[in-house]
Design a protein around this ligand. Structure first.
Ligand code: MG
Length: 161
């Protein structure tokens, strides 16, 4: 059996006038902020996709879904995740698990974690217990601590017989 690990990182700016979508869930930010980006800016799903692509050694989401391509404007990142999963299976791999940590001061993510895990797992075609999502603040330090953005770190483990 072969195993491959990949890691992914992404950060998007918090700005007024945009929705805040994390793990396919539209959340309310107490200051009315949302994530800026060419697609729906779902930074959690982006980091998971980069972890999967990293495990495949097949580049990153910028290569597969270039921001200058109008097809991805406003794209639902969960649909892009399905595309990445198609690559995973085409290459003969299955997912052991993915795990992600969202770095955000606000809003409080705990009430939404299960819905995020379920949405990601459904699109990946895996069980919810194969998808870990955790949240932490950055103790008000740095760009995430100042609420200039939300960042996500993710890892993915793949197996092939
Ligand atoms: Mg991104």
């Amino acid at each position: 059996m072969q195993l491959r690990i990949g890691n992914g990182y992404d950060i998007h700016r918090l700005v007024p006038g945009r929705p805040l979508i994390l793990g396919g869930q539209t959340l309310e930010h107490p200051a009315g902020l949302g994530l800026d980006g060419h697609s729906d800016a779902d930074v959690l799903v982006h980091a998971v996709m980069d972890a999967l692509l990293g495990a495949l050694s097949m580049g990153d989401i910028g290569r597969w879904f270039p921001p200058e391509d109008p097809r991805w404007k406003g794209a639902d990142s969960l649909v892009l995740l399905e595309e990445v999963m198609a690559l995973v299976s085409t290459e003969g791999w299955t997912v052991v698990n993915v795990d992600a940590v969202v770095v955000a001061e606000r809003p409080r993510l705990r009430p939404h974690i299960e819905a995020m895990r379920a949405a990601i797992a459904t699109r990946m075609g895996v069980a919810p217990d194969q998808v870990g999502v955790k949240a932490t603040t950055n103790e008000r330090l740095g760009p995430t601590g100042r609420e200039e953005g939300i960042a996500v770190h993710a890892v993915a483990l793949l197996q092939r017989d």
